[in-house]
Ligand binder design. Sequence first.
Ligand code: AMP
Ligand code: GLY
Length: 424
Amino acid sequence: MKILLVGSGGREHALAWKIVQSRHCEKLFCAPGNAGTSAIAENIQINAEDIDALAGFAEKQKIDLTVVGPEVPLVLGIVDRFEKCGLKIFGPSGKAAMLEGSKAFAKKIMQKYGIPTAESREFVSAEEAFSYLKKQKAPIVVKADGLAAGKGVLICSSLEEAENAVKKIMLENAFGEAGKKIVIEEFLEGEEASFLAFSDGKTVKPMVSSQDHKRVFDNDEGPNTGGMGACSPALIVTKKLEKKILREIMQKTIDAMKKEGAKYKGVLYAGLMIKNGKIKVLEFNARFGDPETQAILPRMDSDIVEIMLACIKGTLKGKKIEWSKKPCACVVLASGGYPGHYEKNKEIFGLEKNCNAFVFHAGTKKENNKILTNGGRVLGISALGKTIGEAIQNAYFAAEKISFEKMHYRRDIGQKALKKQTGY
Ligand code: AMP
Ligand code: GLY
């Protein structure tokens, strides 16, 4: 099969690495890819959001399967567009991807179908939001409805802060169109975990659980990022909780979307808050997580293309997905200043020294035979181990061999999991 992978981050390098191992894959293209994907696939210079150009390329090259990494093309309807041209594509339709594309839509689905989530209200008028806030208690969460590159959620520790958040989103248009509507939501306490599953629109098959590390500094301090590292499994997700998540959240959501006339095919990602065995959904994503994917895919023993094809065909029920018992840790190496302003084009050293870890490229590019930084999150170093502790140790051992000017990374990836270590 000729396969096209859309996107350019660490998630996409991990997907590319897994896809090229498939017995179905003869040739892989990445649009636009990064320096890591260029070593195992052919990068093509088409932006991930340029759906017309992607469809044109897929038709001309007779691509047999397209896999979409990021959310923007999904929400823009890349799947509908490809299917209309008779092209096979893995991912939810534009309507189904609204689970990520509109927080208000996701909330409505959860409320209507009894899927546990924080209490919330949506607003299209700042005045109404202000008067609602007067009767609320802090902390409280204000969210832009639409896609805001992971920046649209503001956790407010006072009502004054919440009013400012409403102003910023609705009156100052900090997130443009995405902030025309907002959701104001109860603040939830607990521990977060990510739960991803494959679906063909009817059946749901879980991946192994994982945990992201969103804040930039150790001990969950500093501003939110796209994710500074991940661990799989998330030990807070016990076998019993996993069953509950699968039944009461994932399957219910897939069934709900089918009833709403928006069959959900692809990867469904639930961001969860867990406290005392009670689970609530913080958000849905319509795709693989980044950097969760870099900690999940090294544990997947099955052929990922076969699973993706089953999702498209509606035959997932008969498929068994095999996973390694070995835990995996991924440490993200970031540019100085990230998630704020950072410089690019720093030469990366030490990449050739890693044989016992997966070096997944994110913001990198190749120029004159040198690998240079080209983004905020530059690399994701993933490693397996017999225990979570060993996986973490292996990932850091490999990370320490790599360097570039002003590189920074968290030193405590997986520590929460390590503290909970039971059978791993
Ligand atoms: P989201 O994009 O909705 O996942 O939000 C990004 C991050 O904000 C989450 O990973 C949580 O850390 C935090 N968050 C979102 N909603 C809530 C909430 N209701 N209570 C507490 N934290 C939240
Ligand atoms: N790791 C969070 C996300 O992919 O949205």
